[in-house]
Ligand binder design. Structure first.
Ligand code: TUI
Length: 315
C-alpha cells in the first residue's frame, strides 16, 4: 500500500511515518533503518557534543541514501554551534523541540533543509507557519519526554484548522489504529517515538526495552511542572523523587536531581534512578522488532482500519 500525502511529497519519502528524534535514544543506527524502510529517520541531538552529532550525521549518510533528519532540542546550551554544524554538514530535515526555532529558520532553509518544528499549541504553530515552517508536528501530552498541555486528539484538528502547511500527529500513536485516527483528524503524517524505542536497531540499553515491554496503561507519570518543563517518563524511583520535589515546589532541586538522568537510563540501563522517558502508549508496545517490520505492520494495520471503517459505522 502507498499512503501518499503532502508530507511524503515534501520530503521525498515513501511512507508518512517519522521516527521521533529522541535524545540519547535515536542514534544513527535507528534513523538509517527507518529511512531505509521508507519512513523518515531522525537522529536525536539532545545535549550531544557537536563533534559527536557530526559523526552521527556522517554515519547515517554512509548507511542510507534516503532522506533522514536531525532533531534539535532548543534548550541545549550550545544550540547555536549545533545549528552551524548541521548547516555545514547538510541534512534533509531538521525537526525542533522545546522552543521556537524562528531565528534559525532562514539559514536552514537557504541550505535546502526542510524545517519541521514541534508545536504543542495553536498559537506557536501559527507563528511558526508564518515564519515559514515547512510542516508542523503537533505533539500531544500523551508523548514521552518534554510535553505541552493538550492531548493529541484535541491538538491535531485545531492545528489543521490553524495552519495551511502539513500537520504531523505525535503523541500516543503506537499502531495502525492510532495512525488511521491521526489521518481522520486531518494529519498528513505521524511521528512515533516510544514504539521505535523497541526497534532492534534502537541502541538504548536492553533493560530499558524490557521495561517498556512490561509497561501497563498507567505506568507513566509527569514531573517537572514546577520547573516549567514537564516531562513524561515511566514511573520509577527517580520519578517518585522528582514528584515529591514538584509537590514541595522545589524547582532548583528538581532540576539538579534530573540532570544527566536520561543518559543514565538509556545508555547505562539504570531503570531505578535513570529517567525512562516514554509515552503513554508504552503499554501498547509488546515486541522487539526490526524498524522495517514496525513500519510494515503500521501500514498494514492502517490500511485495514481505514478500509474497514465504512462498513463498521454503516456507511
Ligand atoms: O522536545 C520534546 N521532547 C523532549 S525534549 C527533552 S530534553 C528535556 N529534558 C528536560 C527538560 C526539558 C527538555 C525530552 N523530551 N518534544 C517536543 C516538544 N516541544 N514538546 C513540547 C515542546 C515545546 C514546548 C514549548 C515546543 C515549543 C515550545 O515553545 C515555547 C516557546 O518558546 O514559545
Amino acid at each position: 500500500m502507498a499512503l501518499t500525502t503532502r508530507l511524503t511529497r515534501l520530503l521525498g519519502i515513501e511512507h508518512p511515518i517519522i521516527q521521533g528524534g529522541m535524545a540519547w535514544t535515536a542514534t544513527w543506527e535507528l534513523a538509517a533503518a527507518v529511512s531505509n524502510a521508507g519512513g523518515l529517520g531522525i537522529i536525536g541531538a539532545g545535549q550531544m557534543p557537536t563533534d559527536l552529532l557530526r559523526e552521527q550525521i556522517r554515519s547515517a549518510k554512509s548507511a542510507t541514501d534516503r532522506p533522514f533528519g536531525v532533531n534539535l532540542m532548543l534548550l541545549t546550551p550550545h544550540i547555536d554551534e549545533l545549528v552551524q554544524m548541521v548547516l555545514d554538514e547538510g541534512v534533509c530535515v531538521v525537526t525542533t523541540g522545546a522552543g521556537n526555532p524562528g531565528k534559525y529558520m532562514t539559514a536552514l532553509q537557504d541550505k535546502g533543509i526542510k524545517v519541521i518544528p514541534i508545536a504543542p499549541s495553536t498559537a506557536l504553530a501559527r507563528r511558526l507557519a508564518q515564519g515559514g515552517a515547512d510542516a508542523i508536528i503537533g505533539e500531544g501530552m500523551e508523548a514521552g519526554g518534554h510535553i505541552g498541555e493538550l492531548t493529541t486528539m484535541v491538538l491535531v484538528p485545531q492545528l489543521v484548522d490553524a495552519v495551511s502547511v502539513p500537520v504531523i500527529a505525535a503523541g500516543g500513536i503506537a499502531d495502525g489504529r492510532g495512525m488511521a485516527a491521526a489521518f481522520a483528524l486531518g494529519a498528513e503524517g505521524v511521528q512515533l517515538g516510544t514504539r521505535f524505542m523497541c526497534a532492534d536497531e534502537c541502541t538504548i540499553h536492553p533493560d530499558v526495552k524490557q521495561r517498556l515491554l512490561r509497561a501497563k496503561d498507567r505506568d507513566t507519570m509527569v514531573t517537572g511542572y514546577s520547573t516549567g518543563h514537564p516531562v513524561r517518563a515511566l514511573k520509577n524511583k527517580l520519578a517518585k523523587q522528582l514528584d515529591e520535589l514538584d509537590r514541595a515546589n522545589k524547582p532548583e532541586e528538581l532540576e539538579a536531581l534530573g540532570a544527566g538522568k536520561l543518559a543514565l537510563a538509556m545508555r547505562m540501563g539504570d531503570c531505578d534512578m535513570g529517567s525512562l522517558m516514554a509515552g503513554q502508549c508504552a503499554a501498547m508496545v509488546t515486541e522487539i522488532q526490526p524498524a522495517a517490520a514496525i513500519i510494515a505492520e503500521l501500514l498494514a494495520e492502517t490500511e485495514s482500519v481505514l478500509s474497514g471503517l465504512p462498513a463498521r459505522v454503516g456507511l
